[in-house]
Ligand binder design. Structure first.
Ligand SMILES: [Zn+2]
Length: 54
């Protein structure tokens, strides 16, 4: 099942990820023009997607 990552500022849909995926993605939101650092944390024991902004 894919995770959909939304912009935490304007909730524009940025991209989908397919697990297992982990890491940090830097993406510029095309709508609000803010650069977001998306931290994807997905341990194999617990499916959790954490989105944090800096
Ligand atoms: Zn945005």
């Amino acid at each position: 099942m894919n995770h959909i990552i939304y912009c935490p500022v304007c909730h524009h849909r940025l991209f989908d990820i397919k697990p297992p995926t982990a890491g940090t993605i830097e993406i510029k939101c095309p709508r609000c023009k803010k650069v977001q650092h998306i931290h994807i944390i997905e341990p194999d024991t617990q499916k959790t997607t954490t989105v944090k902004t800096t």
